[in-house]
Design a binder for this molecule. Sequence first.
Ligand SMILES: Nc1ncnc2c1ncn2[C@@H]1O[C@H](COP(=O)(O)OP(=O)(O)OP(=O)(O)O)[C@@H](O)[C@H]1O
Ligand SMILES: [Mg+2]
Length: 744
Amino acid sequence: MNYLEGLNEPQREAVTHGEGPLMIIAGAGSGKTRVLTYRIAHLMNRGVDPFRIMALTFTNKAADEMRSRLEKVVGTDARNIWAGTFHSVFSRILRIEAQKIGFTSQFSIYDTDDAKSLIRTILKEMSLDDKVYRVNNVLYRISSAKNNLISAEAYMNSAEYRADDEASRVPELGKVYKTYQERLRRANAMDFDDLLFNTNVLFRDHVDVLNKYQQKFHYMFVDEFQDTNISQYLITKKIAAVHQNICVVGDDAQSIYAFRGANIQNILNFQRDFPDTRIVKLEQNYRSTQNIVNAANSVIAKNKSQLQKNVWTANEEGNKIELIKASSDNEEGSLIANSIFEEKMLYQRHNDEFAILYRTNAQSRAFEEALRKKNIKYRLIGGVSFYQRKEIKDLISYLRFTINQSDEEAFKRIINLPKRGIGDTTVAKIVVAAMENNLTLWEVVANPKPYLGDRLSAPIENFSALIKSFHATSVIKDAYETAAHVAKASGLLKELHEDKTVEGLARYENVQELLNAIKEYVDNPESPDKSLSSFLQSVSLLTSADDEKDDKADRVTLMTIHSAKGLEFKHVFIVGMEEDLFPSQMMLSSMADLEEERRLFYVAITRAEHKLTLSYAETRYRFGRLQTCEPSRFLKEIDASYMRMTQNTRTFETERNTSFVKNLTTRKAPPVTTPATTHAPSTNFIASDTSTLTVGMKVEHPKFGFGVVTSIDFSTPDKKAKIKFEKDGEKTLLLSFAKLMIHE
Ligand SMILES: Nc1ncnc2c1ncn2[C@@H]1O[C@H](COP(=O)(O)OP(=O)(O)OP(=O)(O)O)[C@@H](O)[C@H]1O
Ligand SMILES: [Mg+2]
């Protein structure tokens, strides 16, 4: 295959660019990822050793996809590229160099649950109120500090951080951070942020190590560059410093991780750090129809801070963007499931051509239910993932502890599982004994008698003998054989097998499924090696966007917009287009945050190839209460000429160049012939322009039915009206929110 043929002029220029830094900042769907992949293929075709190439992508899935596309062009050599997420590639370096920074190469990787559990323990020990020191917030603050490369010591010495903690009523945060790091170290464990932080420390303090990787990697690639944070950028920049062959691709309009420390400034810094950078612009979108590209452009144009770009497409004009209004979140679910069902019937579409994107994971439920009712297969990405399930975490904890006996979070999970008479009090005694004698938990567990006496020690000795035998197995057997042995000999499988409930059966099958996954890993020639620790590393780094094992099946994809980055689908649904939900109320504290939400909307729109459907519900259960919702302000930002509305079965198009939602609410009510007396509200309800509303007018409300205006209050910026409804009595409504149809 001649890959150069499938490229336009600027794309080819980027692919065949010789040596030296290269930056491609271009709009969505313009072929950035394609260029990156083809450039790697091009280099390999010209004899560059794949061992000398590092490619950093956003998800493991993106890395896998890149490898498989490369294999098509250059063959199995592509497997030798160091391609993966920042976390996975850097943890590979850390495993090799662990001793240099005081860890062993068996270190555990704590996931968010482990990290939270550790924070909770520390808060308890320090007698800090977890209502003030909220675990999520504590972790968020620590994580932000790490991503800005602020160590616990630097944090405690920083007047700025201290003042901020005082102001937020968490003055002890520095100490919590410090203790947290000490515990991780004692457990021979790192959390996700540490993988970046410690790589920075490694390269800063060990020039010889840095040199080694600088010499090894002649070519560096970063996809989705707009979302790298300072910590990630620094590492990449250091490795590339010698050869200067670094190629970054990204789109400032798709930067959606500022809340996690990603810094758009990186794009500007790059030109400063690599002054010889060649910049290539790509403007032609190959992914989407004209309507979709234009709609996306009209939205992103509302952002003030952005680099100038002119994205266009030669694709067909395509369908108008559809807007579905539902009365409730459940109806939203069924309308969308119906729409998928119809399209499948009418156009022989496959499930995997559809994606439903939402702002928050909690929204998935209504769609899952509706799809299940229609027997449409779907896969949920994120949410409670396979690897977060209790039985899976249990076995994984056993495996983690088998190779790293300092791993305290794993220890706490398995010490009494299955029950072996080691209760919470005994565990507390072990913890105290370890602290008082300056030992690790394992040192106490391996030799408990001097600290706990004979009676308590017996079951603990059994446990430590078990772990020792597991460890011995792991040294001589591969990951699969070890795991299968641990599942059986620990008693976990037996316990699950005895539970004959439906859930119990599912849990048993899940554990079998995990064992299958390990077998697959061992048999896969692309795995770095067959050891248990290698497998554990690969699973600890699965991000929520990678989850889902049954990948090949034909399914509708359900996921958050954040996880949809870089992907494309024939027909995309963006659901929950409501104020407070999208843009998210939680995120909106400043203009900058609104712009980030808008970029997120831009990312969502630009995932669609042929068709885009937006939907909102008028009522929704949130935080346990039924709430009335208002359509999202973002709907008004799409130029109306690219949209049409589907309401029940009626479809109408709006005039050109008028704001769609405004148009919707100012449309004059149709003439009413029947007098407005007691009957059910109209089915084809269209809200009127209420600026001319006066006392005495008859109106109709979608929920409260018919009523008469009794007074209007002009004293507040939002006009309020009192309306006496025939059924529900007098109510005060905000006119900008209430949808009223005027009947005279
Ligand atoms: N020159 C081309 N000819 C035909 N198809 C192309 C060309 N360039 C890119 N494409 C196709 O267009 C689609 C979008 O490309 P790609 O995913 O590389 O874009 P991107 O810029 O990385 O998008 P995003 O910003 O969403 O990550 C892909 O399906 C790709 O195969
Ligand atoms: Mg891409």
